[in-house]
Write a protein that binds this ligand. Sequence first.
Ligand SMILES: Cc1cc2nc3c(=O)[nH]c(=O)nc-3n(C[C@H](O)[C@H](O)[C@H](O)COP(=O)(O)O)c2cc1C
Length: 139
Amino acid sequence: MLSHLVYVSVRKPNCTEEEIGKILEACKRNNSKIDITGVLLYSGTHFLQYLEGDYKEISGLYEKIKGDDRHKNVVLITTGPIKNRTFPSWEMGSKEIEEEKIEFQTDMSKEDANAFQDIIAGKGQEGSKALNLIKKFFK
Ligand SMILES: Cc1cc2nc3c(=O)[nH]c(=O)nc-3n(C[C@H](O)[C@H](O)[C@H](O)COP(=O)(O)O)c2cc1C
């Protein structure tokens, strides 16, 4: 069943820019094979990833990602069935974000930027809100 999953995590200091490059290479290498699309937002201190694809593939990939030593404190924000993909042609879109300057990087209001910062900090928010905010980075 077509599903989505969003999580946040803390980027560890060992996760250099070079390691980010390796993660994105792995996405390119693996995700299209299992028909997974999505986006990865990252700052100096956090990751926020949105995955979409078959439920079993997403769950398997999430388990693998959770065990990756380049991040920690992985927190599931939302998961469940979806009708359509939001990013159908992206094996993994990515964007570096500056957590202090989110309103200037997007057309988000101050309120939305605050809500987004809460999500990144793992302070629960409804999942639909999370996806709407993620989309604003890829307009
Ligand atoms: C924040 C984060 C997101 C990741 N996202 C993906 C992903 O979408 N697809 C993927 O194959 N690997 C992803 N990885 C890397 C995996 O944990 C793992 O290192 C990689 O899949 C191994 O690839 P390989 O089996 O081809 O060697 C991610 C790692 C981190 C830290």
